[in-house]
Design a protein. Structure first.
Length: 183
């Protein structure tokens, strides 16, 4: 018996048979696979820990013929300038630390100022530090020996940098220490 129907129906059935045969042939061809590796990382800390997330960065500054200041707000991270100090570009940031554990009492070791020294020598500037914190429940508080609830707290450090008149150009840096005392 042959295929019955109109010429159009027979042609459609032939095209369908050819398509099915082609699909079957393609199923036998192996697919090409492309591989790429990725990286997953984490840091595990013990309870009652403190981790530095970001450094305090006053950004790039142009000094003028008069002294000035550059302030990075500990609460908002916003930068502002006064006097002969001019902000260049928009890159600046408050320091960020995170602590975990029980009830916390936060203090800054030593003086609340830091001296920034020019790489290669020949110049210094001082900055007065300001601390603030947020708890896992939200809200921001300025710190100075403040009790905080348990959980995860984020601590911010900002400050005001004193820039001298015609301050020598270069990269300046200094260190400060943040200590969290757990009760």
């Amino acid at each position: 018996m042959g295929i019955r129907g109109t010429n159009q129906q027979r042609a459609a059935l032939r095209r369908l048979a050819i398509a099915a045969a082609a699909a079957g042939a393609l199923a036998c061809i192996p697919a090409h696979a492309a591989n790429q590796t990725g990286t997953a990382t984490t840091v595990i800390v013990r309870p009652n820990s403190l981790v530095k997330v970001d450094d305090l960065d006053f950004g790039t500054i142009a000094s003028g013929p008069t002294a000035g200041t550059v302030t990075v707000n500990a609460v908002t991270g916003a930068r502002s300038t006064t006097g002969g100090a001019t902000a260049v570009g928009a890159v600046s940031q408050r320091a960020t630390f995170q602590g975990t554990g029980g009830i916390l009492l936060i203090t800054v070791i030593g003086d609340t100022s830091v001296t920034l020294t020019r790489a290669g020598g020949g110049g210094t500037m001082t900055a007065s530090l300001v601390r603030a914190a947020t708890t896992s429940g939200g809200g921001v508080a300025l710190l100075g020996g403040t009790l905080l609830p348990s959980g995860v707290q984020t601590y911010y450090v900002g400050g005001t940098l004193n820039v001298g008149a015609n301050q020598a150009p270069g990269d300046y840096s200094g260190t400060f220490q943040l200590t969290v005392n757990y009760l």
